[in-house]
Design a protein around this ligand. Structure first.
Ligand SMILES: C[S@@+](CC[C@H](N)C(=O)[O-])C[C@H]1O[C@@H](n2cnc3c(N)ncnc32)[C@H](O)[C@@H]1O
Length: 353
C-alpha cells in the first residue's frame, strides 16, 4: 500500500515549545474553569480526553489533590512530553516541583520522591532527592514516572475515528475514482455504529472527565486523513476539476462522520463516569481566520447538544462564568468557545445512542 499511513499521519504537527507559545494564553480561561471545578469537587479519579499538550489542563492542581489521572490522546507521547515540561517550574527564588506539593502520595507520581526529615522549617518546594537537570527542560535528574498519571494512546470515540481511517485507507486504494471513494466511505461510516473500542478504564469508576476543545476536532479528523489520501491517489488537479460534483457527497460524509464520533465519545464518557461524577466539556462554536473576516459556525452546536441531552443534563452553577463563552485568539484566527458542566443521567433514564 502506497501513501501516508494513518499511524504516521497521527504525529504532532508542530514542535512542543511552539505549540505552548501559541496556545498557553488562549486556553487560560479553560484551565481556570477546570481548576475551580477540581478545587471545589476534589475528584479522586480524573480522565482527560484529548489531553494533547496539556495547554488547557491544570495538571499541578490534579497532583495537588492527589488525584489518579489518565491522560488520553491518540497522538503518541504528546501528553508525556508536556507533562515532563510541567513538573518542575521556576519559582520566584528557586525551583518548585509540583509533585512535592501533592496532598496525596507523591511517590505515586515519582517513586524517587524522598521527603526531608521533619524540621520546623519553611515548607519545601522540592524534595530531598531534587537535583536540577540543567540540560534543556527544568527537570529533576531523579525524576521517574510513577503509577500516575497514566498515559493512554487511545481513540476517545470508542475507536470509531481511528477505525474509519484504517478502513478508508483500503477504500482509497481500491476505488477507481474519487466519487466511488465517497460512496464507499459513507457506507463504511454507517457500519461504524457497531465499533465499541472502550478505554482500559472500568465502568462508572471516574469522578471527573474533561473533554476540552476536543469535540470540534472531530470535524477535521479523520476526514483530513481521507483528504490527504485522495490527493496522494488521484492528484490535486483532478480533485479540483471534480470539486463541484464531489461537494455534496463530501459534506454528507463529513456530517455523518462527525456525528458518529460525537456519539461514540459521549457514550464512552457516560460509561466511565460515576453516577455522581461531572464532565467539563468545551467546544469551539464560531471561528474566523486572520484579519477581520466573517465568522463561521464551526459545527451545528445545538444538534450536538441535543444528542448530548439524551445522556447528560447541564449544570450552569458548578463554576461562575460557565454561561459566558470565551473569545480568544488562536494562531492567526479567533474563536468563540462554549463551556459546559455535564451531569450524567441515571442508567435507566439515559438513552445512549
Ligand atoms: C485542540 S487539542 C485540545 C487541547 C489539548 N487538551 C491541549 O491542551 O493541547 C485536541 C487534542 O485531541 C486529540 N484528539 C483528537 N481526536 C481524538 C480522538 N479521536 N482520540 C483521541 N485524541 C484525539 C488531538 O490529538 C489533540 O491533541
Amino acid at each position: 500500500m502506497s501513501g501516508t499511513h494513518w499511524n504516521d499521519y497521527l504525529r504532532p504537527r508542530e514542535n512542543f515549545r511552539e505549540c505552548r507559545r501559541q496556545c498557553w494564553t488562549c486556553f487560560a480561561g479553560q484551565r481556570e474553569r477546570i481548576r475551580q471545578l477540581v478545587r471545589t469537587r476534589h475528584p479522586h479519579t480524573i480522565v482527560c480526553m484529548g489531553s494533547g499538550s496539556l495547554n488547557d489542563l491544570p495538571i499541578e492542581d490534579f497532583i495537588d489533590e492527589g488525584a489518579s489521572v489518565y491522560l488520553v490522546d491518540w497522538v503518541r507521547d504528546v501528553s508525556r512530553l508536556a507533562y515532563l515540561h510541567d513538573i518542575v517550574q521556576p519559582g520566584q527564588e528557586d525551583f518548585q516541583c509540583v509533585i512535592c506539593r501533592s496532598r496525596g502520595s507523591p511517590q505515586t507520581y515519582c517513586p524517587n520522591h524522598r521527603p526531608f526529615p521533619k524540621v520546623p522549617d519553611a515548607p519545601r518546594q522540592v524534595c530531598a532527592n531534587f537535583r536540577l537537570d540543567s540540560s534543556g527542560l527544568p527537570l529533576c535528574q531523579n525524576f521517574e514516572f510513577g503509577t500516575d498519571p497514566r498515559f493512554l494512546q487511545h481513540d476517545v470515540t470508542q475507536g470509531r475515528g481511528g477505525e474509519f481511517a484504517r478502513r478508508v485507507d483500503r477504500i482509497v486504494e481500491r476505488a477507481r475514482n474519487p466519487k466511488a471513494v465517497f460512496q464507499n466511505a459513507l457506507r463504511e461510516v454507517h457500519r461504524l455504529e457497531t465499533v465499541r473500542e472502550c478505554l482500559p478504564i472500568p465502568d462508572h469508576s471516574v469522578d471527573f472527565v474533561t473533554s476540552a476543545m476536543l469535540v470540534s476536532q472531530f470535524e477535521f479528523e479523520p476526514y483530513g486523513f481521507l483528504a490527504r489520501r485522495l490527493v496522494e491517489r488521484f492528484g490535486e488537479e483532478s480533485l479540483v476539476r471534480q470539486e463541484e460534483k464531489l461537494r455534496h457527497p463530501m459534506e454528507k460524509l463529513r456530517d455523518r462522520l462527525f456525528q458518529i464520533q460525537v456519539d461514540g465519545h459521549f457514550r464512552e464518557i457516560h460509561r466511565i463516569l460515576k453516577p455522581e461524577g461531572r464532565v467539563y466539556l468545551s467546544l469551539e462554536s464560531f471561528h474566523r481566520g486572520s484579519g477581520k473576516g466573517p465568522w463561521f459556525r464551526v459545527k451545528e452546536l445545538f444538534p450536538t447538544l441535543a444528542g448530548l441531552e439524551r445522556s447528560f443534563g447541564f449544570d450552569f452553577d458548578a463554576v461562575p462564568s460557565l454561561a459566558n463563552p470565551d473569545r480568544t485568539k488562536i494562531l492567526e484566527g479567533e474563536s468563540i468557545i462554549q463551556s459546559f458542566v455535564l451531569v450524567p443521567r441515571p442508567e435507566g433514564e439515559a438513552s445512549v445512542p
